[in-house]
Design a protein around this ligand. Structure first.
Ligand SMILES: [Zn+2]
Length: 280
């Protein structure tokens, strides 16, 4: 009898150990996708970092904070301000903050050092800082290397202050050609122009700017403005509350393109080069 109990006990132990060996294998088979998912990051870290680093700077598309809720049924307008920052930029930020709106600032790289606080404030309020070249020169008159430098220097200047550099680029004067588009594509940028130009750079009159915007604005408008002009900042005192009153959401270019166009891909061009209208 003792022998039988002994054999039974040995058998039970073998069975138990056997199960404990088999179980992980069963888990592995049953939950393979999860296990593969948990293993993968370890594998990727062993790949040399250089193989993931492109030859040119890749701006990070990461936003600093999650975009606010944007009901798709409400119209969206992207106010864009070029050539700054300037002493008038903070006034525009005040208005955007007051009316819970956001905008995109296409800044010039060599102006940024004097406006570090303004840029950081703009980003913290949910606005977007995008690339408008380093020195605001006509890119079509530059060599390939100079074009690359204009774009990358501005990108580096923006990132050094805000910690973010978006792959969104607007060429100075909106002038571009196939070569500039190809270079922008290689660097990972999409080009954003505009759909509504109230000519604020030419006609320094807040009432005229207000009228031109309010008479043409529609869902999806990308409005070209320049925050280096006092009259533009003055016009915003009426334009921003009026757009809100008409139930438009004031969004960044990225937000508009993400909601209306599925985003902006490298090499694509959004908006028209010249949306001027004959006025008067
Ligand atoms: Zn410009």
């Amino acid at each position: 009898m003792k022998k039988i109990i002994y054999v039974f006990t040995i058998f039970a132990i073998i069975l138990s150990v056997g199960c404990s060996i088999i179980e992980p294998n069963n888990d592995l088979n049953t939950f393979q996708p999860n296990r593969i998912g948990s293993i993968e990051p370890t594998v990727t870290t062993t790949v040399p970092e250089e193989t993931h680093t492109p030859p040119t700077a890749q701006p990070s598309p990461e936003p600093t904070k999650p975009p606010p809720t944007m009901p798709p049924s409400r119209g969206m307008v992207a106010l864009t301000f070029d050539d700054g920052p300037s002493p008038y930029t903070d006034k525009i930020l005040d208005l955007l903050e007051q009316y819970d709106g956001r905008a995109t600032f296409f800044v010039v790289g060599n102006r940024l050092d004097s406006y570090r606080d303004t840029l950081i404030r703009a980003v913290n309020l949910g606005n977007e800082i995008a690339n408008h070249s380093q020195t605001h020169v006509r890119l079509t008159s530059l060599s390939d290397n100079e074009v690359v430098s204009e774009i990358q220097s501005a990108s580096a200047a923006i990132e050094s202050i805000t910690g973010i550099s978006l792959p969104i680029y607007r060429p100075p004067f909106g002038i571009t050609d196939e070569r500039i588009v190809n270079i922008s594509t290689e660097l990972g940028y999409g080009i954003v122009k505009w759909t509504l130009d109230p000519l604020d750079w030419r006609d320094r009159d807040a009432d005229i700017i207000y009228y031109r915007i309010m008479s043409q604005v529609e869902d999806g408008s990308v409005i070209l403005l320049h925050d280096i002009h006092q009259t533009t900042a003055q016009a915003m005192e009426r334009v921003i509350p009026s757009l809100i009153e008409q139930d438009f959401q004031l969004v960044t270019v990225s937000e508009l393109l993400n909601h209306r166009n599925g985003g902006l891909e490298a090499g694509s061009i959004y908006g028209s080069y010249c949306a001027w209208k004959i006025w008067d």
